[in-house]
Structure formats: C-alpha cells, structure tokens
Design a protein around this ligand. Structure first.
Ligand code: AMP
Ligand code: ZN
Length: 700
C-alpha cells in the first residue's frame, strides 16, 4: 500500500476539523477514501488496527454521506462499495482471459526429485524454485483495469467461471484499487485462493446447526459455497480472506516498458504484497537446492495445524517466467509447477453403532461410535452425524466401513461410507420414535431435519440445561460440573435451574470427592454468579438459537430480562442479526408463564435479573473505568482475553481495536509486537503487564 503514502497527512487533516472542512468536497472525499482503504489494508492484510473502530465507523459514515450528496464525485474504487446492496438472481458465466488450470500432484519426495531431474535434463542448468503453501480453499481470478477491480470470477471449468464480483468486494483484504499505471500497466489478471479461517468456519457451522441447516463438511467447501452465494451481504458475514499468488495476464500502457518484477514468480508475489494484497510472499522460500526446498516443505507440514487455516500441501514453482514459458503446460496443468500434497488426514474405520443424544432443547443428535482410529494427533472414536438428512444423503449404515476426515482443529466427520465393501450384514440407521432417555414423545421439527423430545422434564434435557447454565461462558459456576450436577440430580436436590440457588449444602458434606473446601468453593461460585451480567444469564437460560452474541444484543436492550414478555416479534426483528427463527424462539420463551415464574424465583433467590447498569458498584459511586479505553495484545496466560474485556466493559471501560492517542491502557502478554512498539512510541499510553492489570481491577 505504499501508494497511499499520504496516509499520515490524511489522518492529521481529518483530526483537524477546520482544516478538513476548508478543503473542496472532492478532496474531502479523496482523503476519507484514502484513510479508510489504508485502514482496511492495515487491519485485514497486516492484521493491525491503526484507528479505533468508532473512528473508522465515523469516517465511513461521513464518506457515505458526502457521496450521497455529490454522487458525481464518488471515486470508482470507493471503499463504500464494500457495503452490500441487493441480491442477485443468479451468477453470470464469464470467460477467463487465460485458462485456469489445475496442478500436477505429487505425494512423495521421489516424485519431486524426478520432476527436478526432468527439468534439469531438458534445460541443462540448475533451476531456481520457489515453495509456498497450497491454500485449501476456492480459487479466484481478479481482473484489474486502469487500477480498478473490475471483475472477480470462480474457476468453474477452467475456461468459463462464474462472475462473483459483488461477493469479491465483500472480502476486505482484496484491494479495490492498485496503482497499475505507476508501473506502466494497463490491466492485469491475478490468481489466488479464497479461504475461510478455521475459527470462522466453526462459527458458520455453529450458526447453521442452531438454525437446523445442514453443516458444511470442511473449510474448503465453506469457502467455495460462500463465494457463490447470491446475497453479498451474507458473504460479508463469513469472514473470508484471499491470498494471491500469481499474475496470469497483463497489458502495458502504450509506449510503456515491461516492469522487471514480472520476470520471476518471487518478484511478482513481492510486488503483489507491496501494492496491498495478502500474498504467499511471506510464506515463500526460494532456492536452487532441492534439498532445501524439501526441508522447507517438511517444516510447513509440521506446523500446518497451527496456522489457523487449512493448507493441503505445498506448491513448487519454477521461478523464472521465461523458463516457465519454455516448459509450457498440458491441457490439465502447467509443467513448471508441482503440488506436493501432505498426507491426507483421513482414515477408514467401521461404524459400530449409533447413539442418540438428547440436547438441552430436546433436539436429538445421532452420534456414530466407530472403531477408534488415529488421525493426525488424535484418536477419534465418536463422530456426530448431525441429523437424519446427513445419514440419508450419505447412505450411512451400521456396520459400514467409513472414511473419516479430520481437518486442522476442525471437528472430524464422515466423508462417505464404502458401500462397495458391504457384506449384506449392514443395517440401516433407524431414528427412534421415542426419546431414548425419557421414553417420551418425539416430534419432527417443522422445516428442519431435526427430531426433538418435547418432554420438558426429560432427564437428558434437565442435565444439559443445568450444565449449560453453569458453564464457563454462561454463569461460570466452577465446581458445578457435569458429575456433580448428575449426583445432585440423583439425590433429588437439583432439578430446576432455580435449585442451584437453594442447594442444601449441609446434605453435601461427606459425599465422595466433595470435601469441606470444595463445598465452600461451590458455595462461593454460586454466590458470585448471582451478579453475572444479564447477557450471561440470558445465554445460560438455553433458549434455542440464542448464542452468546445474540444474548449480548438482546441484553443491551433491557434492564430486566422479564421485559421481553412485552416484546413483539416485530420488535425483536428490529435488532441486529436477529432473524425470524431467533425472534420466534425468544418470543415463545418469554411468553411462557413458567419461564417468567422461574425468573421471579431466581430474583427472590438473589440472582440479579434486573440490573440498572451492569455491575454498578453497590454504594452508588460511578464506574471505575468510565471514559477509559483499553486494549489487550500478545498471548495472555493469566486470564482469557474475552473475560478480561468483558470485565473492563462491566466496569465502564471501552475496548479499542488499535493503538492511537485515544488509548489509555495497553495490557501486554507474551510476545507482544507492533502494538506495544507503537504504544511506546506514542508515550501517552499506560502499558500494563497481566499482573498489573489484575491489580488494577482489584484481583491480585
Ligand atoms: P487441485 O485443485 O488439487 O488440482 O489443486 C490446484 C489448485 O490449487 C489451484 O487451482 C489453486 O486454486 C490451488 N492453490 C492453492 N494454493 C496455491 C498456490 N500457492 N499456487 C498455486 N495454486 C494454488
Ligand atoms: Zn426425553
């Protein structure tokens, strides 16, 4: 992004309101667009926030406002294009400028050495190679003309792809403008891969499961499915990211000379990095020594699980473009590149049995028990089959041999059953007509593949409900783990959520593994949970479709959870990210008298279901951190970032996303990087260790 050299000047201008207001509108638009684009690049490519979220939002709104007033002055690459509008009916087909080929695959060192030998033989000189990760996502092509991002396309059949320009603009680390003319270039086609980070993938599936939709098998499918969605607004939510690694086509401006960086793969990627793309450049090794290249591949194979996204191998390329051209290509793949595939993280096993688990909302999930298999570091013996549709589609039967895959830190799943190996002894999986736990009635949830036990007093539901309520992300009641919940339930003293707050502690004494100290701890944890913020109570209630984020959105709107009994579906739908299913579920929950009665009882037992402002000190003094801003950086060991941020907010403080003059406190963990540097440079930020932070909030 070196072409936005004026960034600092721009930012200064923006901070001096009078100077900024004195500029002609055209320049105001230019300054705002420049700052926003630069901030996007810094955040999404370099992973470093340089202005606070609130400031960013303010500039963005200001730019949108100016563009509305002066549509003629809107820049063709304005960052406001990143706001989705409308839904397309279908994706159009487009022809690629140069065919998008596949790669030749190799699975061992011998193949690679042979490939090198062939190259050397036909070329009579040592080769320089590059090695870089093979990103496991969906390939894309981007076309830029006169610097503007003109078109994005999927690979399709390699000759024709689908036009996904609107979606590509939602991927924030893809620049909308690159300074082609500075390099004598008129147009360019760039290739790369769109990936979905593992965390984002898990989140997508969590949501889909909550909504009764089929889960996506792996990050690769999720990336390619996301790219092809018709609603760009949905694409924006998926947190996709793109890595670019190839320039496949370019045209020069009249009279211009071909720039030197186009001569090798290495320098091409270096250039892509320089003009603002996320690229494979920083993950690339260049060498004419095959042994070194191989060592690099192995190094990457070792750390593939720690990357946070999926790679399925490495790609070796001949560095010199002139030699690439001489080696040419087949109709299937270029001869100058070779994929070195990592060992598949798949194994075959046998499906022994299917158990049906009843969750806290009564939804029944089939779980396959398989002969234990070892896949990249873990032994897998049980796998969720999600729902009946998955079983039918994949035609999975008890006794089948199955292929099991495990990707990164993503949950294992059954890829398919090896139906060709059946003996006839396999039996179809039958969904129970009655709840496997309580024997009660099971119904099929309308519009979903899910079955559900509708007995509120079902033991499985009760135990899951209690366990969810006490869990770390809900009320965080330590010592009330699943084992104790079950014990107390069997003793007849814990049945409903309210019972947690009227446990007869005297009866617990003498129970196995429950000494005086543990009981004391349990008592304290139960007591402490009474003051948990509303969002945690709400999340803990286990309302279907209400995850942590939704609970936060809802809790912000009320002072008392019982207020929701007066809310209409329409009012709920007004809230951010709350769709019809969630709204209906929340509505139903709070329009059930039993639930309101439960909240009344909880209040009578001391749980704060009514909170004027979260955790305002009892003596009425103002919140300790009011008006103060905080940021955490580096690896934290003494507490979780989420918990600490929540604590700060509960005490009136605000979390910023980047270091700026507005930041009051930076809390640094291990290996803190550029944020710490920047804070030191500013000199106005108070820098705290984890211990100092704990002391500040009164825990030490
Ligand atoms: P395959 O689909 O297994 O034949 O692999 C070929 C695909 O690998 C290409 O179409 C690219 O989408 C993808 N790929 C991922 N990373 C790279 C990379 N660094 N260089 C080239 N291709 C890559
Ligand atoms: Zn049941």
């Amino acid at each position: 992004m070196e072409h936005i050299l004026q960034f600092n000047q721009y930012l200064e201008l923006l901070e001096h309101h009078t100077a900024f207001a004195a500029l002609p509108v055209e320049e105001q638009i230019q300054v705002l667009s420049g700052v926003i684009s630069y901030a996007d690049w810094s955040y999404y490519v370099k992973d470093e926030a340089i202005i606070a979220d609130s400031t960013y939002d303010a500039y963005f709104k200001q730019l949108q406002h100016l563009e509305e007033q002066y549509p003629d002055l809107k820049l063709p690459h304005s960052p406001t294009q990143r706001v989705a509008f409308g839904i397309s009916e279908k994706l159009e087909t487009v022809q690629h400028l140069v065919p998008m080929l596949s790669l030749n695959n190799s699975y061992n060192e011998e193949d690679l050495k042979d490939w090198n030998d062939r190259n050397v033989k036909s070329y009579k000189q040592p080769f320089e190679y590059t090695a870089e990760p093979k990103y496991d996502g969906a390939s894309i092509s981007l076309v830029y003309e006169n610097g503007q991002l003109l078109r994005g396309a999927t690979r399709g059949d390699g000759i024709y792809g689908e036009n996904i320009t609107a979606n590509v603009k939602m991927i924030r680390n893809i620049p909308l403008y690159i300074p082609l003319s500075q390099y004598g270039l008129q147009s360019m086609e760039i290739r790369g891969e769109v990936i979905i980070p593992n965390k984002a993938f898990l989140k997508v599936n969590e949501q889909r499961m909550a909504q009764g939709l089929p889960v996506l098998a792996n990050p690769r499918n999720a990336a390619s499915g996301s790219l092809r969605m018709l609603d760009a607004g949905e694409v924006a939510k998926r947190k996709l990211s793109a890595v670019l690694y190839h320039i496949s086509y370019y045209t020069l401006l009249p009279g211009a000379e071909k720039p030197g960086f186009l001569d090798t793969h290495y320098t091409m990627c270096e250039w892509l990095d320089k003009v603002g793309f996320a690229t494979s450049f920083h993950a690339m090794r260049k060498s004419s020594d095959m042994a070194e290249i191989l060592a690099y591949c192995h190094e990457y194979e070792e750390k593939r699980d720690d990357l946070g996204f999926e790679i399925d191998g490495m790609v070796l390329k001949v560095n010199e473009v002139a030699i690439q051209d001489a080696l040419g290509m087949t109709t299937h793949h270029p001869r100058w590149a070779m994929a070195y595939k990592f060992k598949a993280r798949q194994a075959t096993s046998r499906l022994l049995d299917v158990h049906f688990q009843v969750g806290r909302t009564g939804i029944i999930t089939p779980v396959a028990k398989i002969e234990p298999v070892y896949i990249s570091g873990v032994t897998v013996s049980s796998i969720s089959l999600f729902n009946e549709d998955v079983i039918r589609e994949k035609d999975i039967r008890t006794g089948d041999r199955v292929i099991v895959e495990r990707a990164g830190d993503v949950i294992p799943y059954i890829v398919r059953s090896l139906s060709e190996m059946r003996t006839g002894a396999e039996t179809p999986i039958v969904f129970p007509r009655q709840c496997p736990v309580c024997g009660g009635e099971v119904i099929k949830v309308e519009g979903e593949a899910a079955y559900k036990c509708i007995n509120w007093n079902c033991e499985a539901q009760i135990l899951e409900r209690l366990s969810h309520f006490a869990s770390k992300d809900a009320m965080d009641i330590r010592n009330l783990g699943d084992a104790n919940i079950r014990r107390f339930y069997e003793m007849g003293i814990l049945h409903r959520i309210e019972d947690i707050y009227r446990l007869p502690y005297e009866r617990l004494e003498g129970l196995e593994k429950l000494g005086k100290k543990s009981i004391e701890n349990l008592k304290n944890a139960v007591e402490a949970s009474k003051g948990q913020p509303l969002n945690r109570i709400l999340f803990g209630l286990g309302i279907r479709f209400v995850g942590e984020t939704t609970a936060k959105t809802l809790a912000r709107k009320v002072k008392d959870l019982r207020e929701f009994q007066h809310w209409t579906i329409e009012q709920l739908l007004q809230l951010e990210d709350i769709g019809p299913k969630v709204a209906q579920s929340v509505y139903d929950f709070f329009h059930d008298e039993q639930h309101i009665a439960m909240l009344d009882t909880l209040e009578a037992l001391g749980v704060q279901v009514h909170q004027e402002i979260a955790q305002r000190p009892a003596d009425g003094s103002s919140l300790q951190f009011e008006g103060k801003t905080f940021l955490f950086t580096g690896t934290l060991h003494k507490f979780k970032r989420n918990d600490a941020e929540e604590q700060v907010e509960a005490m009136g403080g605000k979390i910023l996303s980047g270091v700026s003059s507005k930041l009051d406190y930076l809390i640094v963990g291990e290996a803190a990087g550029s944020k710490l540097e920047k804070a030191k440079k500013l000199g106005t930020v108070r820098i705290l260790t984890e211990d100092e932070f704990l002391a500040l909030i009164g825990i030490s």
